[in-house]
Design a protein around this ligand. Structure first.
Ligand code: NOJ
Ligand code: CA
Length: 572
């Protein structure tokens, strides 16, 4: 079992419990992080071997995407067994060693909980298929008779996230067509019936299993989907658009009010631990509804995905920031900031494409049309990262963004792994381009990811962005992340933020306690900086001017901790 918690964890009661409020959390996609045994797949010992790297980055916590046994129909989000490690990724003993290694350097560990669906190889789903309609085994999932004379049509018009129907027909033991089961994602991901007490209790057992092993927190997959309106006749819902569910909480499939009863029960369990276990909801809901997931009697925090959809535009960023800080006040939680994750096109690429680019079509063009300006993208990505790191709340970093990685848009069709590709008849390329194994060393095979190649092809341009090419190189993206996180850890003391007045449109300029000031130029003209000491900038400055697509952090000397500066110089 993991070592006892190190000294820093045992500071005051309150800060121990609230570590997550302003944490910098690093997301690891385990299969693509580091491969210890040369089979081309990243694994737990690989992650443990890179703990010094993550410690040197200065992060507070890691979140591991699923590492459970899985046929990888959806990158591990199809879980065969919630309380084990995929043998290709290691063992439970490896997991305990990983947790101990992170705790030794004061880094907390979060794991991904996937409660909406299991995989079709999960024992319960096998049992369900082997049992008759109406049996307790089937009641753990959502089985229904088909429509049409012989039940040949799906029970409702509900679509799957990954294309076509959310229902798949089964065969009875004698080979005749049987009932249909529900899957909001791929057919290999049957949805649980969350009205079933056995399902509810089994997830409590899973949460306890990992919490007892020393896990500090949980990221909850599609937290808004667990409860559906399954009353007969099933209501129609032919299409869904994320973020578009009604505010009433009475959508057929998503963000239903009763989902919070699940999380209230989880919270009671989390609070039995000392310090209480932490959780963050992945809920693609309207911003106003996010507050319900973030409340202290619920999961406690919710991802804010608004910046994944924001253009490089000062007004867009500012309104996202204001709205989220307000919602944090309302929920009593803290804000979260996300620029990249394993489901979206990396931000160094998004910000290098013309405004309004349809990312799906761009990926389908293999990243050719419209043309990507990689240097603009990276410049803006760095500026955006420093901007969000200066904000109150916690920041979620996705592996590789600290290297300035761009999306790999030209993965050949025959190597695509994402189920979206097949399920959409090759009209959606999916998310593999953000999941390519990391480049560690410019000179080694598979750029040091492992000795046996990489499970997705790495482009030649990874060499210049590898850890080895950037580490200790002044001004590199990696060194910028390290420095920014170190300053933030030192300067951040409370959730307050004040916009300064008088800056032109296109410039985001705010002050935090301790005389810490962050200015981002999202406009097209250089901006004259106030006469303060610059402690870090995301790109070169021209004298006293902040060029477009750049963030500078400044500090007013002589300010006491927790005090605000009085007169704010506003530049001109
Ligand atoms: C959200 C995860 O982030 C994504 O990768 C996955 O495909 C779906 N949930 C389904 O589990
Ligand atoms: Ca491996």
């Amino acid at each position: 079992m993991p070592d006892p918690l190190p000294a820093r964890f045992a500071s005051t009661e309150e800060s121990r419990a609230a570590w997550w409020r302003d944490a910098v959390v690093y997301q690891i996609y385990p299969r693509s992080f580091a491969d210890s045994n040369g089979d081309g797949i990243g694994d737990l010992p690989g992650i443990t071997s890179r703990v010094p790297y993550l410690a040197s980055l200065g992060i507070d916590a890691v979140w591991l995407s699923p590492f459970y046994p899985s046929a990888l129909a959806d990158g591990g989000y199809d879980v065969d067994d919630y309380r084990d490690v995929d043998p290709r990724l290691g063992t439970l003993h490896d997991f305990d060693e990983l947790v101990a290694a992170f705790h030794r350097v004061d880094i907390r560990v979060m794991v991904d909980i996937v409660p909406n669906h299991s995989s079709n190889r999960h024992q319960w789903f096998r049992d369900a298929l082997a049992s008759p309609p109406g049996s307790p085994e089937r009641a753990r999932y959502v089985f229904r008779d088909g429509r049409g004379e012989a039940g040949e049509l799906p029970p409702s018009d509900w679509p799957s996230h990954f294309g076509t129907s959310a229902w798949t027909g089964t065969q009875d033991l004698d080979g005749t067509p049987g009932q249909w089961y529900l899957h909001l994602f791929s057919p290999e991901q049957p949805d649980f019936n969350w009205d079933n007490r056995e399902v509810q209790l089994d997830f409590l057992t899973t949460l306890r299993f990992w919490a007892d092993r020393g896990v500090d927190g949980f990221r909850v997959d599609v937290a808004h989907a667990l409860k559906k309106d399954l009353s007969e006749p099933l209501r129609s819902k032919p299409a869904f658009v994320d973020f578009d569910n009604p505010l009433s909480g009475d959508d057929v499939l998503f963000d239903r009010n009763e989902v919070h009863s699940v999380y209230r029960e989880w919270r009671t369990l989390f609070d039995e631990y000392d310090p209480p276990r932490f959780a963050v909801a992945e809920a693609w809901v309207r911003p106003e509804r996010r507050v319900l997931y973030a409340r202290a009697d619920g999961l406690g925090q919710a991802f804010n995905f608004d910046l994944l959809r924001a253009d490089w535009d000062a007004e867009a960023f500012r309104s996202v920031i204001d709205q989220n800080l307000e919602m944090a006040r309302e929920s009593g939680s803290s804000s979260t900031w996300v620029l990249s994750n394993h489901d979206v096109v990396r931000h160094a690429t998004r910000f290098g494409l013309p405004k309004g680019t349809d990312l799906h079509s761009w990926l389908l063009s293999n990243g050719v049309a419209p043309a990507l300006d990689r240097s603009v993208g990276l410049r803006r990505a760095r500026a955006a990262t420093m901007l969000v790191l200066a904000l109150p709340g916690s920041t979620y970093i996705y592996q590789g963004e600290e290297l300035g990685l761009a999306e790999v848009a030209d993965i050949p069709a025959d190597q695509i792994q994402d189920p979206i590709w097949e399920r959409t008849a090759h009209t959606g390329k999916g998310r593999d381009g953000s999941r390519v194994p990391l480049p560690w060393d410019p000179h080694l095979p598979s750029f040091g990811f492992g000795t046996g190649g990489a499970h997705l092809p790495q482009p030649a341009w990874f060499a210049d962005l590898s850890v080895g090419a950037q580490s200790t190189v002044e001004g590199s993206t990696f060194e910028m992340y390290r420095e920014a996180i170190a300053h933030r850890t030192r300067l951040h003391t409370s959730d307050e933020l004040r916009w300064t007045s008088g800056s032109p449109s296109g410039v985001l300029d705010f002050e935090r306690p301790n005389g810490w000031r962050s200015i981002t130029n999202l406009g097209t003209e250089p901006y004259r900086l106030p006469e303060l000491e610059v402690i870090l900038s995301s790109g070169p400055l021209s004298g006293q001017f902040l060029p477009p697509d750049t963030t500078a952090w400044m500090i007013l000397h002589g300010t006491r901790a927790n005090s605000w500066t009085r007169e704010l110089p506003t530049g001109s």
